[in-house]
Structure formats: structure tokens, C-alpha cells
Design a protein around this ligand. Structure first.
Ligand code: CA
Length: 247
């Protein structure tokens, strides 16, 4: 992480500094190593509908709500929009397959990042396209006292899922901060696009099979290989924010 990246970001957005107060965390592929199970359960569900797909393509849809993914696939398969009933039923099938795969482990390094955020006196906020009750329930268990229920944006709280900026804009509201008072930690191209459109400095962790170039293209300022690498450099980044001011 270097000063030039930060200065370029400030210049482009007309911010004087990043006065860091909150960290907005995506969940799947960031806090939990759950994307393999999501991709496998989507693949099984969609193949069962008679629509051709690959497990890998679901990494490209990651971040948007299940309703949006279902609509896209029904359009592709049957040339029409999905009904509300279908969205509900198909998401229920996908959720059942996901649950049957068992608990996804906590992402290595995630606890250390959350710990560093709290040690630095910053407010953690969850911003996820998921509405998966199993994972949401596990947040408290695995990250005690970090993600308060009034500091969470889930699939149930937004009209437009990622890549629309609404989820991250709502996350800023929950934290009571401006775009230059927060950063986002994301792993998915559509999630990065959402955060970038909300005007927030975005650190991507490339925990899936896609190329890091995709994450830069969508607007990530920094791309790291995983959460452990972020844990190692987080304090340094906070320090860099404090000492970087444009005139
Ligand atoms: Ca994600």
C-alpha cells in the first residue's frame, strides 16, 4: 500500500483526506470462505431447472441478490422474467442445497482484520447481498461484538443489490459517516463496482478463482491475495490515511 494510490483516489473524488471512522465488510468470500459452497449450490439449483451453466460463472454474479441472479438465469433459459413466486421458490432450493453443504469456515485472517479494525477504534459494518440465515446467525458467534444488528445491510434491506451503490450508501448511513470516512473490503467484481460507485476507497481481497485484473477494472484501489495479507498491512494503512492530506 503506498501514498500515491491514496493521493490519486483523493484527487479523483475531490476529497482532502480519508478520515477513517468505519470499515464496511462484505461477508461471503471476505468473512466466510463460503463462495465454493454458494457456487456449487447455485450450479445444482440452476442445472435442475434445465438451464445450462458452469459453477465458475456464479463468482461473476457474486454480490448481487439471489433475486437478481435468478431473474438473469430465467431470462437466459426461458427468455422471460422470473415471477416473484419463482424467485422465492428457486432461492429456497438454492438455500437448502447451500445448507446441506455444511458450515462454511471463517475466512483465514478475517478474525485478525476485524480485531485490528476494532482495536483502531473503527466501526465495523456488514454490507452483504446475502439473505442466508445460517451465515448471518454465525456472525455473532464468530465475530463477537463486532457486527451489531443495527449495523448490518443484508438482501432484505435494499431495493437494488450490488453492483448498484445502494447497499454501500445504506452502510454509510448505518455508520453515520461520509464516503471519505470509510473503506470497503470486498472480494467480488460486482461488489467492488457497488463500493466504487458509492465513492468509497475499496480494498479487494482476491479469494476466488477470478483474475485480480477484474477487481482493478471494477474500481478497487488495492487488490490483496487474501485476508491474512490485509491483517498484516491494516495498521500501516490506517497510519497512511492519517498522514495523507491534500491541500
Ligand atoms: Ca463477497
Amino acid at each position: 500500500m503506498n501514498k500515491t494510490i491514496l493521493e490519486n483516489f483523493l484527487l479523483r473524488h475531490g476529497y482532502k483526506s480519508i478520515n477513517l471512522k468505519a470499515v464496511l465488510f462484505d461477508m461471503d468470500g471476505v468473512l466466510f470462505d463460503s463462495m465454493k459452497n454458494h457456487a456449487a449450490s447455485w450450479y445444482k439449483t440452476v442445472t435442475g431447472l434445465g438451464i445450462e451453466c458452469t459453477p465458475e460463472e456464479f463468482y461473476l454474479y457474486e454480490g448481487q441478490t439471489g433475486r437478481q441472479t435468478i431473474n438473469q438465469l430465467i431470462q437466459r433459459g426461458f427468455g422471460r422474467d422470473a415471477t416473484d413466486q419463482e424467485k422465492k421458490e428457486i432461492y429456497a432450493v438454492k438455500s437448502a442445497h447451500f445448507t446441506a453443504l455444511g458450515l462454511a469456515p471463517v475466512m483465514p485472517g478475517a478474525r485478525q482484520v476485524v480485531h485490528a479494525v476494532m482495536q483502531a477504534g473503527l466501526t465495523p459494518v456488514l454490507v452483504t447481498g446475502s439473505g442466508q440465515p445460517t451465515l448471518l446467525n454465525r456472525l455473532n458467534e464468530n465475530f463477537p461484538d463486532a457486527f451489531r444488528s443495527d449495523r448490518m445491510i443484508t438482501a432484505h434491506d435494499v431495493l437494488h443489490g450490488k453492483p448498484h451503490p445502494e447497499p454501500y450508501l445504506r452502510g454509510l448511513e448505518k455508520a453515520g459517516v461520509a464516503p471519505n470516512e470509510a473503506i470497503v473490503i470486498e472480494n467480488a467484481p460486482l461488489g467492488v463496482r457497488s463500493a466504487a460507485a458509492a465513492g468509497i476507497f475499496t480494498i479487494a481481497v482476491n479469494t476466488g478463482p477470478l483474475s485480480e485484473q477484474l477487481l482493478y477494472q471494477e474500481g478497487a484501489q488495492i487488490v490483496l491475495p487474501d485476508m491474512s495479507a490485509l491483517a498484516e498491512s491494516f495498521d500501516n494503512f490506517v497510519h497512511l490515511c492519517k498522514e495523507t492530506h491534500l491541500r
